[in-house]
Design a protein around this ligand. Structure first.
Ligand SMILES: [Zn+2]
Length: 393
């Protein structure tokens, strides 16, 4: 005879549950009860007597944390991770654009994509906001691979209609049309676990006309938008030349209608007080990428100022700006760059990311009813990964 206990598993470990930016609850030991694909409860008391036929898994001294959320990563740069040096604009021209050009070939895109999605899971990332290349087919491939892996993914083809190498340059209408086709095919697919995210690469590679169309389309369709903002001081100076009539880099995106609660802006390093206030009033989320910022000598994001302004902050690996997909590495970098505790860095890598993606009611911590996405960590190494209760590593 089967009972509901057959669907239940009790995982015992040191469980860390982020509940707010300044608070994570530790259970040592804790008992995480998973029923089917959802979290049923987390307690300090041993629930085995009340659930006699539940399967019991003891992780001893290992730690369980929620599945990681990477809110800024470039899948076509996975093959050049750890390659290259220099600052942003030179790095893009020398290493990144030539590599992304290769994604016109679907076989190459599939080969790198398989390794990329495998590596996400190996590193405990169960949800990610991903930049594809400009190519529609490569973006389809990325969605298919995310679906196969079962992870939640927000993916967008990058849009580039000016100041880009000829092999990557798109016409404005062509870029919009391809993005809309991808949105229609993928947004909400796999029971809502896949979302399309409009991805104008950055103001340097996009015309105002393109960005204004993106702003309107995304608002009309309640869609997500992701881009880069104020990463490097050379870049900021160039954007000011490109848009001389606008007061700031942030104002470029704002006048295009791209800034709202469904916008994720990566980096946000060299911002004025007015820009920070503007981002905050629009409810924009900031993807903090400290490892990438260090590697590309971009500067240090003013974490305290952004946090005090009430901005939602999450973490991004920004591969290949950083040489690691591991969110544990990004957490370590965040602790140094922002002078925060491990538990605050964990919040940024989990619940902060869930909030950025509008998913804090489904993932990000161990509240009852959320997806059973979690990672077993030992000695700062990911040992096992579960996605909706299914062990995937
Ligand atoms: Zn990036």
């Amino acid at each position: 005879m089967s009972t509901t206990d057959d669907l239940r598993r009790i995982f015992k470990a040191c469980v860390v549950n982020p509940v707010a930016i300044d608070r994570a609850n530790s259970y040592d030991p804790g008992y995480l009860v998973v029923k089917g694909d959802k979290i049923e409860q987390l307690s300090r008391d041993d629930p085995r007597q009340a659930m006699p036929s539940a399967k019991f898994i003891d992780f001893g001294k290992k730690t369980i944390v929620p599945g990681f959320v990477d809110t800024h990563v470039h899948f076509p740069q996975f093959g050049i991770m750890g390659v290259g040096a220099g600052e942003l604009l030179t790095w893009l021209k020398t290493y990144t654009y030539p590599e992304e050009t290769r994604f016109a070939d679907p076989e190459y895109a599939a080969m790198v994509g398989r390794r990329f999605f495998d590596a996400l899971v190996v590193n405990g990332t169960t949800t990610a906001a991903i930049y594809s290349s400009v190519h529609e087919k490569a973006t389809d491939i990325a969605f298919s691979l995310a679906r196969t892996k079962g992870i939640r993914a927000f993916i967008g083809k990058v849009m580039m209609d000016r100041n880009s190498p000829p092999a990557l340059l798109e016409g404005t209408d062509e870029s919009i049309a391809a993005s809309l086709r991808l949105f229609e095919r993928w947004d909400g697919a796999d029971n809502g676990r896949l979302r399309y995210v409009f991805t104008p690469r950055f103001a340097g590679s996009c015309s105002m006309e393109l960005m204004m169309q993106v702003g309107k389309i995304a608002q009309d369709r309640n869609a997500f938008v992701q881009s880069h903002l104020s990463e490097n001081s050379g870049e900021v100076g160039w954007i000011r030349q490109l848009f001389p009539n606008l007061p700031s880099y942030t104002a470029v995106y704002d006048s295009a209608g791209m800034l709202n609660e469904q916008s994720i802006m990566a980096h946000c390093i060299h911002l004025s007080a007015d820009e920070i206030a503007g981002l905050s009033s629009r409810g924009v989320s900031v993807a903090f990428c400290p490892y990438s910022n260090r590697m590309l000598h971009s500067g240090t994001m003013p974490y305290r100022r952004l946090r005090s302004a009430g901005l939602n902050i999450s973490l991004g690996s920004d591969v290949a700006g950083s040489p690691s997909l591991a969110m544990l590495d990004q957490m370590r970098e965040a602790m140094t760059a922002a002078e925060i505790s491990w538990s605050e860095a964990l919040y940024l890598a989990t619940l902060g990311g869930a909030k950025a993606l509008g998913l804090s009611d489904r993932i990000g911590n161990f509240e009852a009813g959320k997806d059973a996405d979690f990672v077993v960590v030992d000695d700062d190494v990911v040992r096992e990964v579960y996605v909706r209760g299914v062990r995937v590593l």
